[in-house]
Ligand binder design. Structure first.
Ligand code: AMP
Length: 240
């Protein structure tokens, strides 16, 4: 199984798990990268790990491929082993950011049990929800282009590359992800409404939910995210 790259960081304050929620196109990937860099913790994107497994032709990748291409969610059971293996890696000891997991109530309940079993080692999770309206999401998703070499994300309307169609850093030809094609986008947004949106209430009832206004600029959302995580961390550390 491909579990994604590990990164090593200098010894810093513990951050614990950060859960990033939000519909497709809310900017989770972009913000997760910035949060990961700022706090020195790895970004764990279940979508990236699944795509790496599809590309490598692993058993997991074979099972996930057609579901992903249709815009639906991969069965929960395929995610659990994948996430626990990645989170158990050494670079996650101080914390990590989950980008795209959980996406169903069953995944959220599984994650709560997982956190309970790890309670001595980890701070309680911080849950950040990036909220964006439906029409804005559609525009963002149809304009999204990705660098196949480094994974950088561009948007032909909002954040185009310097040279049309090419990655600023790698120079590679940008691609439209298969699941960013229009019919698939509609399915992904439906899957979000049906299966993932209820997680907002789930975490709200636990008193954990931190809501960010994802319609603001990328930098503004980043600064809201940093502040929310730092504040939640101070509170949690104070309660220990
Ligand atoms: P993403 O890159 O996060 O948009 O994920 C791309 C696709 O991977 C999704 O449309 C799903 O098919 C699959 N996927 C990623 N994360 C999950 C998850 N937590 N549960 C089920 N399917 C997932």
């Amino acid at each position: 199984m491909v579990t994604g790259p590990s990164t090593t960081t200098a010894v810093q304050k513990a951050v614990g798990p950060v859960v990033l929620l939000g519909p497709p196109g809310a900017g989770k990937g972009t913000q997760a990268k910035r949060i990961a860099e700022h706090f020195g913790i790895p970004q764990i994107s279940t979508g990236d790990i699944l795509r790496a497994n599809v590309a490598a032709g692993t058993e997991l990748g074979k099972q996930a491929k057609s579901v992903m291409e249709s815009g639906n969610l991969v069965p929960d059971e395929l995610l659990f082993g994948m996430v626990s293996a990645r989170v158990g890696e050494a670079d996650c000891a101080r914390g990590y950011i989950l980008d795209g997991f959980p996406r169903t109530l069953a995944q959220a309940e599984w994650l709560d049990k997982f956190f309970q079993n790890q309670r001595d080692a980890q701070l309680p999770p911080v849950v950040v929800d990036i909220q964006v309206g439906y029409n804005e999401l559609l525009g963002r998703l149809t304009g999204r282009r990705t660098c196949p070499t480094c994974g950088r994300i561009y948007n032909v309307h909002l954040s185009p590359p310097k040279v049309e169609g090419l990655c600023d850093v790698e120079g590679s030809k940008l691609v439209t992800r298969k699941d960013d094609e229009e019919t698939v986008i509609a399915e992904r947004l439906k899957a979000y409404e049906r299966q993932t949106a209820p997680l907002t209430d789930y975490y709200k009832s636990q008193g954990r939910l931190l809501i960010l206004d994802g319609s603001r600029s990328i930098d503004e959302v980043t600064s809201q995210a940093f502040q929310a995580i730092e504040k939640a961390r101070e509170k949690n550390v104070g309660q220990r």
